[in-house]
Design a protein around this ligand. Structure first.
Ligand SMILES: Cc1cc2nc3c(=O)[nH]c(=O)nc-3n(C[C@H](O)[C@H](O)[C@H](O)COP(=O)(O)OP(=O)(O)OC[C@H]3O[C@@H](n4cnc5c(N)ncnc54)[C@H](O)[C@@H]3O)c2cc1C
Length: 441
């Protein structure tokens, strides 16, 4: 059995819901009756929105610009973000009943602190503007036919079930491969390829925890976190990029915002040069010479205690001004350089000072890999933006198909940037798809 629609949105995650709403609103404003159906393979909708931001959903960031993203060219990313920017996003959420608050870090969350508020408001608005939400309805194929597309469903048992949807336009919003149990398993890439798109040569996990070797001393610190500068260094220890924020030690390696942000750059650097390294600096902004001088002038404390309490470490990382180096970490760093943590600062030899200063300011951590798509927040790689028209997100290879969200080769930093990409690209794709149909009727 098949049915007809004007627009089939494939994937009802952040980008797909925004695209469907934008299409529905554009139709309403024009007084046109369009049948818009959002299809999703998942039994329950919005799994990723619900887990986002630790269940609070970091909807966006107060300052979003293209430098927070990687993948396609930054000019293309800026172009799309500028078409539905942060003020418009905040206004949109206010219109649908979600008031956002800005935290010190610049991240915006719903005032309810509940991701459910965001998902319910999006689903409510989708219904208000007449969107049909069909799920579970997993799409396996999209085929161009006379006047539109045939959208094919995964095999279903009951003969009475709709197996194909004939749509005038299709919006591909299937996400990437991160957190596959949420329904984003990468099949959208095969659909994009079947429509003539290419993929970036590599598709890999981003915003992902990293692993260290079994028995590495930092694994003993599982549960401890510390502010640090995380540096991705290439050949000759040359820094490529660095992020300053919290680092969390885990039973398998490293996590926390600074590590997640660095992870895709490390993977990229290692692809070009397997020797590329990850270096931690627990005293950002303080040169090794300054740190050495500070130790020389200290008195009456063990080195481990001094590292844990010294004001030299404070106020160097935004949001962490009340913290020194965690004592467990300072002890572990001493042990790592064969220095007894209880040694009094004034009795340290020059060699001991040099060793501990180096461990604190440039600790190279041998990274064995990452925790893969199951633990990644986003996917690096996808359909290059060069293959879509930026003013409509319409495919250059198959006109009538629009793409938005994570299926595109765009990934952002921690902080609400990935959702902002989903909202911006979804809004552009949805309103353009509806307007194109309205213009022809
Ligand atoms: C744990 C976690 C926390 C995160 N926290 C944040 C945060 O706080 N802030 C932030 O900005 N970003 C966050 N992100 C990233 C953000 O969730 C994603 O960037 C965003 O959801 C991407 O939106 P999307 O709609 O493109 O893809 P998705 O949200 O992945 O949605 C794709 C949808 O398509 C459906 N689908 C896939 N294939 C098919 C098919 N063949 N047929 C039918 N349906 C299909 C899937 O079921 C899914 O519902 C987080 C991600 C994770 C994993």
């Amino acid at each position: 059995m098949s049915e007809r629609a004007d627009i089939a949105v494939i994937g009802a995650g952040a980008a797909g819901l925004m695209a469907a709403i934008a299409a529905g609103r554009a139709a309403m404003e024009a007084g046109a009756r369009l049948r818009i159906i959002a299809l999703d393979g998942a039994k329950t909708l919005g799994a990723k929105i619900l887990v986002a931001g630790g269940g609070r959903c970091n909807v966006t960031h107060h300052h979003v610009d293209e430098r927070a993203y990687a993948g396609s060219s930054r000019n293309s990313i800026r172009n799309v973000l500028g078409r539905f920017d942060v003020p418009r996003t905040i206004a949109f959420f206010r219109e649908i009943g979600v008031e956002l608050k800005q935290e010190d870090t610049g991240k915006l969350f719903p005032t309810s602190d509940r991701a459910r508020t965001v998902l319910d408001a999006l689903l409510g608005e989708a219904r208000r503007v007449g969107i049909e939400l069909w799920h579970p309805w997993r799409v396996v194929s999209v085929r161009a036919i006379e006047g539109g597309f045939e959208v094919g469903r995964e095999d279903v048992q009951a003969c009475s079930e709709v197996r194909t949807l004939l749509a005038r336009r299709v919006i591909l919003a299937t996400g990437g491969k991160a957190l596959p149990k949420s329904g984003s398993d990468g099949h959208g890439y095969s659909i994009a390829k079947s429509l003539g798109h290419t993929m970036t040569p590599r598709v890999f996990p981003a915003l992902v925890p990293l692993t260290t070797s079994d028995g590495h001393f930092l694994r003993e610190l599982s549960g401890v976190s510390a502010p640090a500068e995380v540096i991705v260094a290439g050949a000759g220890a040359k820094p490529i990029v660095s992020f300053t924020n919290s680092v969390l030690f885990t039973h398998l390696g490293l996590s926390g915002p600074a590590i997640l942000d660095a992870s895709r750059y490390l993977a990229d650097a290692r692809h070009a040069d397997p020797q590329a390294a990850l270096v931690l600096n627990f005293a950002p902004g303080l040169s090794p010479a300054d740190l050495d001088r500070a130790i020389v002038s200290a008195k009456g404390q063990s080195i481990a205690r001094w590292l844990a309490e010294s004001l030299e470490f404070r106020a160097r990382v935004p949001g962490h001004s009340d913290r020194g180096l965690p004592e467990r970490l300072s002890r572990a760093l001493c042990d790592h350089v064969n220095l007894d943590p209880s040694t009094q600062v004034q009795s340290l030899t020059r060699a001991q000072r040099t060793a501990i200063v180096s461990a604190v300011t440039s600790l190279a951590v041998p990274i064995t890999g990452d925790r893969g798509f199951t633990h990644a927040e986003v996917t690096a790689g996808g359909v290059p933006l060069g293959e879509v028209r930026l003013d409509s997100m319409e495919s250059r290879t198959t006109p009538g198909v629009h793409l938005c969200g994570e299926v595109c080769d765009v990934d952002g930093r921690i902080g609400g940037f990935n959702f902002q990409w989903a909202w911006s690209s979804g809004q552009v794709a949805g309103s353009a798809a509806a307007k194109a149909i309205i213009a022809r009727t």
